[in-house]
Design a protein around this ligand. Structure first.
Ligand SMILES: [Zn+2]
Length: 430
């Protein structure tokens, strides 16, 4: 993809990023319909999925049509590849044309037909990586796509890459110092490990190092850690959402750091994991991905198991793609209440942001055909104003989780056992 040739040349990696909404809709629908048609003709597993669902490839013309097809999950892929080795019938090119194969836990073998796809490059570009940057890539170069795909994407932005890989804290710190490393690619926790190590051996990080930007994926960046990195260490941070099975890059942050723009190389749906039905903006559901630019891989509707929601408001950065609003948890930890998913991790974020609360448990019951959500709370300090806390808690919970708590119960210390489920479903369905 050529660089954008307008005056804003430096801001965007390619013209896809700034497509007007209607143009994108056509672009994605067309890409989808071609990808499904291609997969049907070339990947036996894709053909079988469509035939079983009694859907012809011509019936998949828009993203909405994908609802007619089942969701393929990690466990399905493992089973299918075991039954039909090595690719489970999803390989859509001749075997000898496979450029490289990645291996995910399972194992799942993921073929790629070319290393020339610039999937991650726009994410690094949006994070400010350019020629002149010297970057340590601390993701593994073994098995997983992370190391080599990030490496190539950094090169696409012009940066020099130091092939450090994972671990080796001492050597990484020494390398950052000796090579005047300006960029870090890895997990937020590993960057903190490196900074701490540098300080332990007597460095003043801001004085002795020139690290100015960091790019993360693999774990979400907690707000307080982002603040520490940006304010205390003057490191600009950006994160991306990637999933290995459908081929990697899915969404990425721009400098606004307010949600992650969806990549136009994938169709991304947010669905009810139980029914596979698509959900609207702001509704929390499972991220389901269909790659439309990996010809080697006839994978359609891969269910990631990650829960998120999306927003459609235009971003001030100028990129026009919808944005994912973080990853709020896994489908296994999500329970549907009055039609909305409550994710344990997100509930925890809402409730434990109140300092006086030491422990909590959500109990979902059912009364007269209506789901009822009770929040049990244990306090560190019994003397606080419970009414005020309950009001604030109600508001914060609803803002974050989008479901209203019906009742808050303040329970005795020890009522909620130390090892407890965050959400307990006590509904009966008869
Ligand atoms: Zn943006």
């Amino acid at each position: 993809m050529a660089m954008k040739s307008s005056g804003k040349q430096d801001e965007f990696f390619d013209e896809l990023e700034v497509m007007p909404t209607e143009v994108r809709e056509n672009y994605l629908n067309q890409g989808l319909s071609q990808a499904v048609d291609y997969a049907y003709r070339n990947a036996p597993a894709a053909k079988e999925i469509l035939d079983t669902a009694k859907v012809s490839p011509a019936e998949i013309r828009t993203i909405r049509d994908l609802e007619k097809l089942p969701i393929i999950r990690k466990t399905d892929l493992i089973d299918l590849q075991r039954a039909k080795p090595p690719y489970g019938g999803f390989l859509a090119i001749p075997l000898q044309d496979v450029d490289r194969v990645f291996i995910s836990p399972g194992p799942i073998y993921e073929p790629l037909h070319t290393g020339a796809i610039k999937w991650f490059a726009k994410s690094f570009y949006a994070a400010g990586f350019r020629k002149g940057d010297v970057v340590i890539n601390t993701f593994t170069y073994h098995m997983s796509p992370a190391g080599i795909l990030f490496h190539e994407a950094l090169r696409d932005c012009g940066a020099s890459v130091v092939v450090t890989g994972t671990g080796n804290t001492e050597i990484q710190v020494q390398t950052m110092y000796d090579l005047k490393v300006t960029g870090f690619v890895g997990t937020p926790s590993f960057l903190m490990t490196l900074i701490k190590r540098a300080e332990e051996i007597g460095h003043d990080f801001r004085r002795d190092f020139v690290l100015k930007r960091a790019w993360f994926t693999g774990e979400m960046l907690p707000g307080p850690l982002r603040k520490t990195l940006e304010e205390d260490y003057q490191i600009a941070t950006a994160q991306a959402y990637a999933v290995t099975e459908p081929g990697g890059a899915i969404a990425y942050e721009c400098h606004q750091k307010s949600g992650m723009h969806l990549m136009d190389e994938y169709i991304v749906e947010i669905v009810d994991p139980g029914t596979g039905k698509q959900l609207g903006p702001g509704e929390i559901g499972e991220i389901v991905v269909t790659p439309i630019h990996n010809k080697a891989w006839g994978l359609i509707r891969f269910g990631t198991g990650d829960m998120s929601s999306y927003i459609t408001e235009l971003c001030p950065c100028g990129r026009t793609a919808n944005r994912l609003v973080g990853i709020v948890g896994r489908t296994a930890d999500a329970i549907k209440v009055r039609g909305m998913f409550v994710v344990a991790k997100q509930a925890e974020q809402a409730v434990l942001s109140f300092e006086p609360i030491s422990r909590f448990q959500i109990v979902i019951g059912r009364k007269e055909q209506r789901d009822e959500m009770t929040l049990k709370v244990e306090l560190k300090d019994e003397a606080i104003d419970r009414k005020e806390l309950a009001d604030n808690l109600n508001e914060r919970f609803q803002n974050l989780c989008r479901v209203k708590i019906d009742r808050i119960e303040f329970v005795e210390k020890g009522d909620i056992p130390e090892e407890h489920q965050k959400i307990v479903d006590e509904r009966t369905w008869d």
